[in-house]
Design a protein around this ligand. Structure first.
Ligand SMILES: C[S@@+](CC[C@H](N)C(=O)[O-])C[C@H]1O[C@@H](n2cnc3c(N)ncnc32)[C@H](O)[C@@H]1O
Length: 194
């Protein structure tokens, strides 16, 4: 079975869609084998609509950027450069193309988990890959701590059907955790690195 996060060799069928996130118009090229394929994911939208945007001071990492909606939106909204990483080569290529298309300021690079990340961030923001399985998922969530400044924040969105409650409990071992929003089963979770 192929997964969007590993399989970037499947036949290309590139398309473009337009979306508006909190007043910012964004155009995104998308393709087979990437997330999300045909429109902005509802979880991603819920996360972006519930970020405390005025508090996002400092540097930001978009973890698992896919085709780029989170990092591109934040760059345009905050007028700053955003670092963005993904394991999937096709996603990285599309995210770079989409960044140029939207005149965003970004630094986009391939990384398996935090392998190529060598600095600390004030914010790590992610719609994390759930289907990678718990080992990789918990590495992403727990090792974020090593890449956050003191009091830095990890913001994620997870659906309750994908284990949001269990994930929240596990995160409480490492962070001060707040569920900022619940919307149609999606939990927006803020984790402070104390
Ligand atoms: C749920 S998608 C979110 C994509 C995009 N941020 C969005 O909101 O539309 C999760 C992303 O994590 C990436 N990913 C999966 N495993 C990863 C890993 N080990 N390291 C880095 N990124 C990974 C996938 O390729 C995918 O693009």
């Amino acid at each position: 079975m192929s997964h969007y996060f590993t399989n970037d060799k499947i036949k290309s069928n590139k398309k473009i869609y337009c979306t508006n996130i909190c007043g910012i118009n964004i155009k995104l090229y998308t393709d087979n084998g990437v997330f999300s394929k045909s429109k902005l994911d509802f979880g991603t939208r819920t996360l972006l609509e519930n970020l405390e945007i005025q508090n996002l001071k400092g540097n930001i990492l978009d973890f698992g950027c896919g085709i780029g909606p989170i990092g591109i939106y934040l760059s345009l909204k905050l007028n700053k450069e955003i670092d963005m990483i993904d394991i999937n080569k096709r996603s990285i290529s599309l995210a770079k193309e989409n960044s140029i298309l939207n005149s965003a300021k970004t630094n986009i690079f391939e990384s398996n988990i935090y392998e190529n990340v060598n600095k600390k961030y004030d914010f790590i923001i992610s719609n994390p890959p759930i289907r990678v399985g718990n080992d990789v998922l918990y590495k992403i969530l727990f090792e974020a701590k090593e890449h956050l400044t003191k009091n830095g924040e990890l913001w994620i969105v997870v659906n309750k059907d994908q284990g949001a409650k269990t994930i929240t409990k596990k995160l409480e071992q490492f962070y001060i955790v707040t569920i900022v929003k619940k919307n149609k089963g999606f939990y927006v979770i803020r984790c402070i690195n104390h």
